[in-house]
Design a protein around this ligand. Structure first.
Ligand SMILES: [Zn+2]
Length: 259
């Protein structure tokens, strides 16, 4: 069974066939999914998915590029909803300087406030960090939320930066990029990081692995990532699935029944 630790099944890319796709995931080897909020609206959609499907859990939070919409009242709403049993993390939160929207100061402000929130509700964090390596690390190191642990999702930095997060006990989220021809840096990180600190993720509908690169992604593509990781680590695909499943349960502090 495979655990998809980061998906966006509320995305409109799944409007045509969401029910059919999700209804069939478990029979095709995908045992659990964490759907990730990226705004107030998608956090609300995430909660709805966790209510509908027993094997779907959720993270709620506001993505750095969406933080212009945040205010203290919305943050209070997130805090209230974070108490739900199937909400297992605060995320995705972080910094994204690839898109300068909104400005860096606004992104940083709401990253810190959402880290505070994770500490208050005692939940791990799901971090999105793009072209913002130093600021992300500095802020997490200074935050009490580092003790909550969590996932550095779609890890895109090198081995040096990976070491920093691994030393703090974080997990690295690895997905389709591992199969890309230009994914050399991530392959090095995957070889370096202990398997016990890696979790599998799709980030679907984005980042489909080869041979489906460029098409709509779903958890059904994760076996390609499993195969790539097994090859890099020189172990069986079974072991990759087993260990990353346990890692996902550990980081999100849940125990998912497996059929
Ligand atoms: Zn995402």
């Amino acid at each position: 069974m495979i655990f998809d630790t980061h998906a966006h099944y509320d995305d409109e890319a799944f409007n045509e066939d969401r029910g059919e796709l999700l209804g069939n995931l478990q029979s095709q080897g995908i045992g659990a999914v964490v759907n990730i909020g990226a705004s107030i609206a998608t956090s609300r959609n995430t909660i709805a998915l966790t209510e509908k499907y027993p094997f779907i859990y959720g993270a709620i939070g506001v993505h750095p590029n969406e933080t212009a919409e945040l205010n203290e009242a919305k943050l209070a709403w997130l805090k209230e909803e974070a108490a739900r049993e199937k909400i297992v993390a605060i995320g995705e939160i972080g910094l994204d300087y690839y898109w300068d929207e909104p400005d860096h100061e606004t992104q940083k402000h709401w990253f810190v406030r959402q880290l505070d929130l994770a500490g208050e509700v005692n939940l791990p964090i799901v971090v999105h960090s793009r072209d913002a390596a130093k600021d992300t690390l500095d802020i997490i190191k200074a935050s009490g939320a580092r003790d909550m642990g969590g996932v550095i999702h779609c890890f895109s930095y090198g081995v040096e930066m990976a070491r920093e997060y691994l030393n703090m006990g974080f997990y690295l989220g690895i997905g389709g990029v591992l199969t890309f021809k230009n994914g050399k840096k991530l392959k090095e990180v995957a070889a370096y990081a202990p398997l016990e600190q890696i979790v599998l993720e799709t980030d679907c509908p984005y980042l489909a692995p080869v041979p489906n690169r460029g098409r709509r992604n779903s958890s059904l593509n994760l076996p390609y990532v499993v195969a790539a990781l097994a090859e890099i680590k020189g172990i069986s695909e079974e072991e990759v699935m087993e260990v990353t499943w346990k890692n996902a349960e550990n980081v999100y502090r849940i125990c998912v029944p497996r059929e």
